[in-house]
Design a binder for this molecule. Structure first.
Ligand SMILES: [Zn+2]
Ligand SMILES: [Zn+2]
Length: 342
């Protein structure tokens, strides 16, 4: 079968590899759609250490069941499925608490050395599969993963009603966060980003105000939009020093920032901005298996304008170019989907 192999930093190559062997409890899947994540783009440049070559990336995917392994009986051949890509053990101390995203023995499809779905076929334990909802396309289904990342972050707090919410970063995750927060009746949503093109998309998704720090003073804009009250909840979906500090400084006294971005490992933060104003910072990492299922339902119910996030669909052969496009022209694309059957 064909697979897009990551061989070395900056080197993605379409190769013939062996079809995966289906083990007990697994099903063989024919991949129908696989999103290219920002973490794949940065991983393929060798910047993060989160993709260790040689390997096959791809963790945002939907597929068709083509073969059932021993003891796999939940699905039948021909079913469409969405894959929750964090393979968890179900037995460790974190799994016991339902925190499958923190499983001590987890294997994340398409991350580190684990082969993922930028290939024609992949074998996956059936416990990781959700049925593709009726009326949801394979392409939109593949967005369940980034929506789940956003969902896990938004769910860190319960009450958004009547609150001023700031979303920092209008990439795929920030835009998913925006749509999910909108369902919760906030007073207003402000989105900031360095790209006017992305901010325009945020407006189309219902942002009340946008801020581009390249063009205006950040804090002044926050004060203006909140009548000096400042932000109740900020969600940081970038993960670099300037935006991390914005997420704290923009808050009112006692406000909360949820951090889901993590581009930069170490940075300087003004600790007094947190301590002296009794603000909170909450970290959010991916999603539990259960949360992923909740997102599949939300997408299946048509509550998200998910298809608007898809900039284009490419074949495996066109995928290296798509990686390059996402890296060099980030303004022009939100989510590019690979369809290995193309
Ligand atoms: Zn991702
Ligand atoms: Zn576990």
């Amino acid at each position: 079968m064909k697979a897009l192999r990551y061989l070395d930093p900056n080197q993605l190559s379409l190769e013939d590899v062996k079809e995966p062997v289906v083990r007990n409890g697994e099903v063989l899947l024919k991949v129908r759609a696989c999103g290219i994540c920002g973490s794949d783009v940065h991983g393929a440049l060798g910047l993060t250490g989160r993709r260790i070559p040689p390997m096959t990336m791809g963790h945002e995917f939907t597929a068709e069941v083509v073969e059932l392994g021993m003891d796999a009986a939940k699905f039948k051949v021909g079913d469409g499925v969405i894959v929750q890509p964090i393979n968890f053990c179900g037995e460790c101390i974190n799994c016991e608490q339902g925190l499958t995203n923190m499983c001590l023995n987890k294997k994340f499809f398409g991350v580190l050395t684990v082969d993922g779905a930028m290939a024609e076929y992949v074998a996956v334990p059936e416990k990781l599969l959700y049925k593709l909802p009726e009326g949801t396309s394979y392409e939109v289904g593949a967005l369940a993963e980034p929506y789940a990342v956003a969902y896990g972050a938004v769910k860190k707090l319960e009450d958004y009603e009547g609150k001023s919410v700031l979303i920092i970063g209008a990439g795929a995750i920030g835009l998913c966060v925006l749509q999910l927060v909108k369902l919760k009746n906030p007073k207003q949503i402000i989105v900031s980003d360095l790209s006017d093109a992305r901010l325009k998309v945020a407006k189309e998704f219902g942002a009340d105000h946008t801020i581009n720090p390249k063009n205006e003073d950040y804090m002044e804009a926050i004060e203006r939009y909140t009548d000096g009250v400042m932000i109740d909840i900020s969600i940081e979906a970038v993960g670099v020093q300037p935006t991390a500090n914005q997420s704290i400084k923009s808050l009112r006294v006692g406000g909360t920032s949820i951090w889901v971005g993590m581009s930069q490992k170490e940075m300087e933060i003004n600790m007094q901005d947190i301590v002296c104003s009794a603000r909170e910072v909450l970290g959010s990492f991916n999603y539990t298996h259960e949360e992923f299922g909740e997102v599949v339902d939300i997408i299946g119910n048509g509550k998200m304008e998910a298809d608007k996030l898809i900039s284009k669909v490419v074949s495996l052969k066109e995928a290296p170019q798509a990686f390059d496009d996402l890296h060099r022209r980030p303004d022009e694309f939100i989510k590019i989907i690979i369809d290995p059957t193309k």
